[in-house]
Structures are given as C-alpha cells and as structure tokens.
Design a protein around this ligand. Sequence first.
Ligand code: HEM
Length: 367
Amino acid sequence: MTVDPPAVPERRLIRHADVRSVLADPRFLVPAAPAARPGTGMAWLRGAVSRFSNGAEHGRRRARVTGMLGALDPVRLRREAFERTGAELAGGARVDVMARIARRVPVGVLATRLGVPEDRREEVVAAVTAMAAAYHLPPASGAAPAGDAGDAAVGVLAVALGDGEEPEPGLLAAVAGALIQACDATAGLVGNTLVAVARLPAGWSAGWSARWPVEALLAETLRWDPPVRLTRRVAAEDAAAGGVRVPAGAVLLLDLAAANRDPDVFPDPDRFDPGRFLPGSFDPGGGGPLSFGSGIRPCPGERAALALAAGVVEAALAHRLAGPPNPHNQVPYKQIPHEQVPYEPSPNLRVPAHLYLEGTATTEGPR
Ligand code: HEM
C-alpha cells in the first residue's frame, strides 16, 4: 500500500514569538473533527468538544467548559489530591506512581467534582484513560483511529453522569473533553516534576521544599520539560508565520517545548531553575512559557491542573524515589541517566512510563 504525502508539508515553528503569534492569530485554526451522529462514541465526542472546533461553535463549547472549571475550588482539588496520594503510598511499600497515582488521582478527584458519583470513580478513571488514548486525530490522515475501547468508554461516562437518564450531550462532551485533556497531561506534569527533583544536585532533592514552593517547581518543570510538546494549526487562508509565507491549507507544527527554551525569553534556557518562578523573579513581558498554550484558546484547565499536580507532587515527594524493581541492581533514580527514564510512546506527549516511590512519609501535609 502506498500513502500519498500531505499536499502541503508541515512547517515547524520553534521560536517563542512565532509560536505565540500563531496561537493568537484567527487565520490559524485547529484541525477540526466533523460532527457525527449523537451516541456514536469517540467519533461523536471528537465532533462535539471544544478542542477540535473553531469559530463561534468553539466559543460556545469553550464557554461551557470554562464555566464548569471556573466553579471548581483549587484548594479543595489540591487537598483531595494530596490526601488520596498519601493514602496510596501509606505503608511505605514500593509503588509505581505512574501506574497507580499520576492519572488515577487527578482524574478521579476531577471526575467526582464534575458530577461523577463516588462509587463510579474507578470505572470512570479507566474509561477516561481509554478515551484519552483514542482522542487525538492522527495527523494528516484525517481519519479517526479505530477505538472500540474508546467508544465503550464514552458510554461508561454517560451512564455515570446521567444517573439512570441520558445526560445532556453538551454536558457529556464538556465533562469528557475536560477529563480527557486532564488525564495524560497532568500525569506528565507529575512524572516530569518527580524526575526533575530526583536529578537535582546532591542534597537538594531532599531539601527542595526549603528552597522553592511546589508552585515554582511545577512552573519550571512545565517550562523545561512540558508534558504537551506540540500542537498544530492549519492556515484557513494565505498568511505568514515565522517570516515565511504560509499558503491556505498548510499545517503548522508549533513546538511548545522548543519555544519554552528560547533564549530571547528565558536566559540560560537549558538550566532547570525553579528560582525563575519565585514571586518577583520572573518578568512575563515576553509572554511566559507556552506549556498551557496561549492566545485564542489556551488551556482552560491550567488552574485545576496546577492544584491537582501540587497535591500529588507534595505528597509523593515525602517518599523516596527508587530505581525500578530489580533484585540484582537497586539503583536509585538519581544514578540513572535522563535518557534512560522510560517514557510512554507518543508523538506529542512526554509522560514517564514508570517511576517508583517507597518509604514512609517524611512530611505532614500541604503548607
Ligand atoms: C499539566 C496539565 C495540562 C497541560 C500541560 C495542558 C495543556 C494544554 C494545551 C497546550 C492546550 C492547548 C492546545 C492548543 O492550543 O492547540 C490545552 C487545551 C485544553 N485543555 Fe489542557 N492541559 C493540562 C491539563 C488540563 C486539565 C486539568 C484540564 C481540565 C480540567 C484541561 C482541559 C483542556 C481543554 C478542555 C482544552 C481545549 C481548549 C480549547 O480548545 O478550547 N487541561 N491544554
């Protein structure tokens, strides 16, 4: 079988100013998903969420999501994430934080706050994880990936939200869209932060909290090692970006991770330094990191993501990061080169595949 190359090759933008200006320019659209018949699983969901829509339709859908997320109390999200993470780790046995906590806790806390009954939390977390794996359209092909598991999962969430009735489709799309977007990205933020702390100079890992608040640690991890690396835009008409002409229909690959290391905005950009984000240190004149997007459609879940990740990370860092289970070679993570941390296979996400925590907690609770 031969595959036709895309009619217009993708152009990659890496400069902070270029990426930021495309994200603010209404001539560049997200690749849209077609509307599908109600109740048909992932194809319907993609056609109904804000993420894959443009223009006035996007505005309406996005307003619903921002209203829903704006009603959440970040202090409560953080406390619940902290307590649930602590409960998972109580006892001190070795736990794979990526498998047991990094998705389960944030998605579970968010789901219950968005109306999922407590006794359906675990099945909804599993459903959201399955939907997230089948959510994004494959670039260039335009076709939806096969996803029976994802289709069934939409049904699981619908039952949980509807409580015996069919949920209103707009509500189902808004809740599903938010939980799916939260799932892998927040897990990546949690995992990448734990890896970054494990690699701090000797003596700093244990004492990180005396140097920086967890907010600064998360902010620098988001800049230096963002969980969402790339996003795409399609030119709706002839335009220009990064100093070159972009014909209508051309696809731009916006490299958020590269833009976050642009030396024009971030001095000494390859250095991991949470001190950049201490109150009063950072001058966001250049626009700040692009990890949550920017412009017309930045991530509406930023506040929730930061609260949930802060709760999980603070509870997790009270435990020891340990090397993978291997009876012959108990290597602490610190001694494993960065390249050897296993990551989940993904073209645009950076999520550690496994990270092990052990030992009893050494701190009491969120400050
Ligand atoms: C660390 C965690 C997260 C990161 C790094 C992240 C990043 C992003 C980015 C970069 C976009 C914009 C994509 C684009 O412009 O093409 C986005 C969109 C979105 N995010 Fe997040 N996100 C995170 C967590 C969350 C959470 C917790 C929620 C919900 C509670 C959420 C909900 C959404 C939604 C609904 C959109 C689509 C918005 C639209 O297109 O109008 N995200 N996210």
